[in-house]
Design a protein around this ligand. Structure first.
Ligand code: FES
Length: 241
């Protein structure tokens, strides 16, 4: 890697300590992932008291929610209790990317936007259209949007397993600090479709946040809360994939 690329990586939010700890293979994965990330402001994940969230405190298969990069764009964070390796995710427009896999001590923690790429239903505080479904039988962990039953593979970068969604669920790029067991959200892998989401949900977001500016406020620290506290009316539906 030349000096300019190295400095680019630092500018995108990677810590020097993290880079120096990576093996040559790890560095290669890191460079591939960095080139795929759409960066947003870097935000530390914190608990309800405002303290840095310790990733080891996340209960297996219990979904949590944090807003990022905007106040009105919730993501679902979950510990799937098994190591998740990086995979390539195919997109219909050919803009494929490398999903970076799980983070945390066991590389089992992932986060995805809750905004469905089909018609932008999401885990709103009033209705949890998008939710997490733990593995059952031969089926792995899924995110499912109950609006029209799109299912996404949590263990494979959010790839579509069923329903009308046109492409994978965008994943939050998490930078993990192993020494502190803490994580930062630094951007997204894939297409989170925020502009389309804000257009589609304009009135509902005004009802929730009173103004579009408040809904689009950038998150400096991402507060993580249990899904059940975020969403008053969680929905459940069949997992068709
Ligand atoms: S909005 Fe999610 S499946 Fe249609």
């Amino acid at each position: 890697m030349d000096r300019r690329n190295f400095l680019d990586l630092l500018a995108k939010g990677a810590s020097l300590g993290l880079l120096l700890k990576l093996s040559p293979l790890g560095m290669l994965e890191f460079v591939r992932a960095q080139s795929s990330i759409t960066p947003f402001q870097k935000a530390l994940l914190v608990d309800k008291a405002g303290n840095p969230l310790k990733l080891s405190s996340l209960k297996p298969h219990e979904p949590y929610v944090f807003a990022y990069p905007f106040a009105a764009t919730p993501n679902i964070l979950v510990n799937v209790d098994t190591e998740l390796a990086p995979v390539d995710v195919k997109m219909p427009d050919g803009k494929n990317y490398r999903w970076t896999g799980g983070v945390g001590k066991s590389k089992s923690i992932v986060a995805y936007t809750s905004i469905c790429p089909h018609a932008y239903s999401y885990a709103s505080p009033n209705l949890g259209a998008m939710g997490y479904y733990k593995p059952e039988g031969n089926r792995g962990p899924r995110m499912v949007c109950c609006a029209h039953l799109s299912a996404f593979d949590v263990a494979k970068g959010g790839e579509v397993k069923g329903g009308p969604a046109p492409h994978a669920l965008a994943a939050v790029a998490l930078e993990y600090d192993a020494a502190r067991d803490e994580a930062y959200a630094v951007g997204f892998l894939g297409n989170p479709q925020f502009d389309a989401f804000f257009r589609a949900q304009n009135q509902a977001l005004r009802d929730l946040f009173r103004t579009t500016a408040r809904a689009r406020e950038e998150v400096a620290k991402a507060t993580v809360i249990p899904y059940t506290e975020h969403t008053k009316a969680p929905t459940t539906c069949p997992v068709l994939g």
